[in-house]
Design a protein around this ligand. Structure first.
Ligand SMILES: [Fe+2]
Length: 464
């Protein structure tokens, strides 16, 4: 894929790399041992980076190959749809323990966001709910987070701290599980049994993962704080910020007025800070109060299970004129931006939905729905049939409408935070919209060689 937009984005990224290294095109070309025209052509989006230039760049500059490659935008209209027939064409049967065990089919995926949603049929039946049933083939767990939606009579098996569990699930039940917990699924009583296994990358995927890899296993393990209790995690977070500033207990006591023995209780986890103490410590260490607040995990044995019958549901936009009935499915506090929803499409879709998260959709059937959205000033629409699925970019306003009276649609939706969530979202807000636009489009040098240009509206990315 080397369309002009991709090359233009390559130019923007190349400019950012050489700006950060404080090179102009002439000095970059000298380092890279190419004529300056080659650098100018890359910057102008007129040519791809030749392999020998890339090889030289990573040899002479402190950069990595991946720093030069934009990701591919395979949803230029805001949406990428995978039809049921395309999913069916990806079918493959995977064997475990010498038997056909699962049938897998891909559903909608995009290069823009790391969803790996699979339709999976359980082939082997079980006759009981015994977690130690020898007919159940377990995996070793995996790095990706998994949100699972159940269709039919499925036994869900999961292991946590060496203890195996079996939970009989029915259509509409869902579960969120933590990475690396071994799990399995089986068809109960030989009835049809499917899952939509929506695996996706969390915040550790990608850049964080590569950084950890370069640090090595021992240093990487240092990032796992004690989260066994609120007091233990508060204490761990406090110790982190004290270490980061090399601040002594005496100095913290002077800054906060909290006596040293009391600070020792807070840093050891034998006591929890009051709200006033936390505010004082945050001010003294120049961190945000939220940086000192622990996440108190809400999983039980590594999972959060939500029964379809118990899931909270509501009409949207309001009770009296509802376009949708929305049901909240399983999720955890570790991934607060992962939102699993079942959306029942009731009407003509007068109300647009919009979210800052990446969205995955799957039509659970049996009815088709009309799916429409707005992108780049254009209104687009497609019919979404049963077992069709789609990826939708953040902030794209979209609507769902019934295709016939008395034929409500039923969609499974999983929204996930991309890389711009959590602290990155705060940084983005601090930059402001003009700087964010500049970040993704700016192919200019960080200074004007002719001298300062007073017409420039704002000072963004800086440097001397
Ligand atoms: Fe899995």
């Amino acid at each position: 894929m080397t369309d002009s937009t991709y090359l233009e984005r390559t130019g923007v990224i190349f400019r950012a790399v050489i700006n950060d290294l404080k090179r102009d095109p002439a000095s970059a070309a000298r380092d890279l041992e190419v004529p300056v025209e080659v650098v100018e052509d890359i910057l102008g989006g007129r040519r791809a980076i030749p392999p020998e230039v890339l090889e030289r760049a990573v040899r002479v500059w402190p950069v990595n190959e991946r720093d030069f490659f934009p990701i591919h935008d395979d949803a230029p209209e805001g949406v990428r749809i995978m039809r049921a027939a395309e999913s069916a064409a990806t079918t493959r049967i995977l064997r475990r323990g010498g038997r056909d065990y699962y049938e897998y089919r891909d559903t909608a995926m995009s290069r823009v966001s790391m969803f790996r949603p699979e339709w999976i049929r359980m082939i082997q039946p079980v006759e009981d709910d015994d977690p130690d049933n020898p007919g159940v083939e377990w995996n070793n767990g995996h790095f990706l987070n998994q949100f699972t939606y159940f269709v039919g009579s499925v036994n869900y098996y999961y292991e946590w701290n060496g203890v195996r569990h079996c939970m009989p699930m029915e259509t509409g039940d869902s579960v969120s599980g933590l990475p690396y917990a071994p799990h399995s699924f089986a068809a109960r009583n030989g009835e049809p049994a499917l899952i939509l296994a929506l695996t996706y990358g969390g915040r550790l995927l990608g850049d964080a993962q590569h950084e950890l890899s370069a640090l090595g296993a021992d240093l990487a393990a240092g990032y796992a704080f004690d989260a066994s209790s609120p007091a233990a995690s508060s204490a761990a977070l406090l110790r982190v910020h004290l270490d980061n500033t090399s601040c002594s207990p005496e100095e913290l006591a002077r800054r906060t007025g909290i006596p040293v023995p009391r600070l020792a209780e807070l840093t050891s986890g034998s006591a929890e800070a009051s709200a006033a103490e936390r505010a004082g410590i945050a001010r003294a260490l120049r961190v945000n109060e939220r940086d000192l607040l622990p996440i108190v995990p809400d999983e039980v044995d590594g999972v959060r299970i939500v029964r379809g019958a118990d899931a909270p549901s509501w009409h949207y936009p309001d009770d009296s004129a509802a376009d949708y009935r929305i049901k909240e499915l399983a999720g955890t506090l570790v991934c607060p931006n992962s939102r699993g929803l079942e959306i029942e499409v009731l009407g003509e879709g007068r109300t647009p939905l919009r979210s800052g998260l990446h969205t995955y959709l799957y039509n659970l059937g049996p009815s088709a729905v009309d799916f429409s959205w707005e992108h780049d000033g254009r209104s687009l629409s497609r019919n979404l049939g049963p077992d069709d699925s789609a990826y939708l970019k953040p902030f794209v306003p979209h609507r769902f409408a019934v295709t016939a009276p008395d034929a409500p649609g039923r969609l499974l939706v999983l929204r996930i935070g991309g890389k711009v969530s959590g602290d990155a979202l705060l940084e983005a807000s601090a930059l402001g919209p003009a700087s964010l636009r500049r970040l993704v489009t700016d192919s200019d040098q960080w200074y004007d060689p002719r001298g300062r240009n007073p017409a420039r509206a704002f000072a963004g990315k800086g440097g001397d």
